[in-house]
Design a protein around this ligand. Structure first.
Ligand SMILES: Nc1ncnc2c1ncn2[C@@H]1O[C@H](COP(=O)(O)OP(=O)(O)OP(=O)(O)O)[C@@H](O)[C@H]1O
Ligand SMILES: [Mg+2]
Length: 173
């Protein structure tokens, strides 16, 4: 039984991002049907939209926790959340997290550079890892432990900016 839907203040139908966006492209889907799309949003420009299925109250609470933590930590090396919303449709209940769009993630980039035999220099690695450490320091100051730091959860920008994402396993307080 799924009860708290109507009570949620987070419901914002305008956040039905996939309907108001253009150039929507699915880039990730896992076994639990978590999806990540890249898109152009009318307000935020280039975005990534993470869609978490919420067919139970438990899953909704997990998704809300992820969105709340990700949005609460403001730091240049933590992926910025623009908007989040619970959306109920006749097909399924989902939770959307709309965030800034990265150019790649560390896992994909390591694989690509390995294929191309173009490893980063030690200096580049130190620079990237310093940004991750700085993000984790800020999270710690705010009582959050990420608990899932790995290359797939570290986003990259072509200008060298590195940001931590995916607070789905994080602990608060
Ligand atoms: N803001 C973003 N910009 C570009 N790509 C992203 C962004 N967020 C996520 N991605 C891509 O989608 C992948 C999966 O995202 P994420 O790690 O948030 O999901 P997940 O690991 O499946 O989440 P969960 O642990 O909740 O199942 C990332 O490894 C990255 O390749
Ligand atoms: Mg992840």
């Amino acid at each position: 039984m799924f009860l708290p839907i109507r009570a949620l203040t987070l419901i914002k139908m305008e956040a039905l991002a996939l309907q108001c966006c253009t150039q929507v492209k699915l880039i990730y889907k896992n076994q639990e049907d978590v999806e990540v799309y890249l898109a152009t949003h009318p307000t935020f420009g280039s975005v990534a939209i993470k869609i978490l299925p919420c067919q139970s109250t438990y899953l909704l609470q997990i998704a809300q926790k992820e969105g709340r933590i990700a949005e609460s930590i403001q730091h240049p090396s933590i992926c910025r959340v623009y908007e989040q919303a619970f959306v109920e449709s006749c097909q399924r209940c989902t939770y959307y997290i709309i965030m800034e769009q990265a150019d790649s993630d560390l896992k994909s980039e390591i694989q690509k550079r390995s294929r191309e035999n173009a490893p980063w220099s030690e200096e580049c690695w130190i620079n990237m890892l310093e940004q991750v450490v700085s993000a984790l320091e800020q999270a710690q100051r705010e009582g959050v432990c990420h608990r899932d730091i790995k290359p797939a959860n570290i986003l990259l920008w072509q200008n060298g900016r590195v940001k931590v994402t995916d607070f789905g396993s994080a602990n608060e307080g």
